[in-house]
Design a protein around this ligand. Structure first.
Ligand code: AMP
Ligand code: MG
Length: 410
């Protein structure tokens, strides 16, 4: 069986995934959902010319040349709190007290901050003075946020395929988007396989271990914006695997994800069950950890079988499953950003594309990577102590300290 490159395996997998359906959700529920349509601004932002300071709205010409020893006195003809509609139009020698965010009155072209006047008291409820002395000059437009300064009505704000972050919800609120078209969350059925697996609360038995992958993988699925349905552990018997896969197929999931049982030999029964009602390829991918990978489809639902070793399962998820869930979930960009870091020590590989667990920290202002422990695929602790995966390309067997490499921050 020939080795597939990581990129090739990922491409093959991705061709089988299309975005799920979109739905309309109330804005309050949209954080970390993927936007399903482009959003253009329905209004200018800001909505109207407004003050960026607490101070006095005035005509800049009236305070030209003002200085602490050469004050200009203006008559205060209005008081404009935020939320008010100014009813005045300023003429020569007039000012209006104004609060941050309040609309500029007609005739005003600048704001003089309260600090630059003789009226510095900002206690709540204090009425505006009858006149005010200006100790500074201002230019036309100073401390004014003009209508449309940030965005013009009709301008593109957010694109379909964008993961909505908290600040995006804010801008959607500014634009009055009460209901938002987003992709529904993809649904993933998750199972573990192996006769040796015990649940976390079961008493230990000789030769058995606790099923840890289902916890890690379930959390990874959720971190990728999908819903997880945990089906538990399938024993190493045909009927056990078949029962869980049949259950997964009735749940209308978008992906069936399993770990273990994909090494040669043990693999056969998973292959047999899936091929009884679908198809399955068993790939050897040129990567470390996580060489064996199963990919196929059961009753029309895509199936990914990750290796059983905990670190291999994790890395396989990041390399293959996260992009697949991104595609399902409608994300425009499914590849994770890479950062360049400097090796703090020499590293070795066997020539496969290697994902090394490392701790990256700043040393003399440079992001520097140190391996976080021994790199065996069963050693989850070195992954726990890592904050990044270093990516050593295929064909590279060693890299010296100080060399730059790519990394994924975890
Ligand atoms: P397998 O792919 O079935 O050959 O399993 C490879 C290794 O991963 C074995 O040491 C298994 O015991 C271990 N393993 C398999 N499934 C899990 C799991 N759910 N949690 C922790 N370790 C597992
Ligand atoms: Mg097994």
């Amino acid at each position: 069986m020939s080795l597939l490159s990581v990129a090739e395996a990922r491409e093959r997998i991705l061709t089988h995934f299309q975005p799920v359906a979109a739905e309309s959700l109330p804005l309050v529920e949209c954080a970390f959902h993927v936007l399903a349509r482009d959003v253009a601004a329905s209004t200018d932002l800001p909505l109207f010319d407004n003050s960026s300071m607490d101070g006095f709205a005035l005509r800049a010409a009236d305070v030209a040349g003002a200085a602490p020893d050469s004050a200009r006195t203006l008559r205060v003809v209005a008081d404009i709190p935020a939320g008010a509609t100014p009813m005045v139009s300023l003429t020569e020698g007039q000012a209006a007290r104004i609060m941050t965010g309040a609309p500029l009155p007609q005739g005003a072209d600048a704001i003089l901050p309260v600090e630059d006047t003789d009226f510095q008291d900002r206690s709540a409820g204090l009425p505006a003075p009858e006149s005010v002395q200006a100790f500074q000059a201002v230019k036309t437009g100073d401390n004014v946020r003009p209508r449309g300064m940030d965005i013009r009505a009709g301008e593109a704000v957010l694109q379909a395929g964008h993961l909505l972050k908290p600040q995006d919800l804010g801008v959607l609120a500014m634009l009055g988007e009460a209901q938002v078209r987003v992709y529904r969350r993809p649904r993933v059925a998750l199972l573990s396989s192996g006769d040796e697996l015990l649940s976390v609360d079961a008493p230990l038995e000789s030769g058995k271990i606790r099923d840890s992958n289902s916890y890690t993988l379930a959390a990874l699925v959720e971190s990728a914006g999908a819903e997880v349905i945990r089906l538990g552990v399938a024993a190493d018997r045909r009927e056990a695997v078949e029962a869980l896969l049949k259950q997964a197929a009735t749940l209308q999931v978008d992906l069936i994800l399993s770990s273990a049982g994909v090494s040669v030999g043990a693999f056969d029964y998973v292959k047999e069950v899936i091929e009884s009602d679908g198809r399955l390829d068993f790939w050897r991918v040129n990567m470390r950890p996580g060489k064996p990978l199963a990919f196929g489809e059961y009753r029309g639902i895509p199936f990914i079988g990750l290796p059983g070793n905990p670190v291999s399962a994790f890395v396989g998820f990041e390399v293959f499953v996260r992009p697949a869930l991104g595609r399902l979930g409608g994300l425009k960009t499914v590849s994770r950003p890479r950062v360049r870091v400097r090796l703090g020590e020499a590293v070795e590989s066997d020539g496969r594309e290697s994902y090394l667990r490392a701790e990256i920290r700043e040393e003399n202002g440079i992001l520097t990577a140190h391996l976080s422990g021994h790199q065996g695929s069963g050693n989850l602790l070195s992954l726990v102590r890592a904050n990044a995966l270093l990516i050593i390309p295929a064909g590279v067997k060693s890299a010296p300290a100080y060399q730059e490499v790519d990394a994924w921050m975890l």
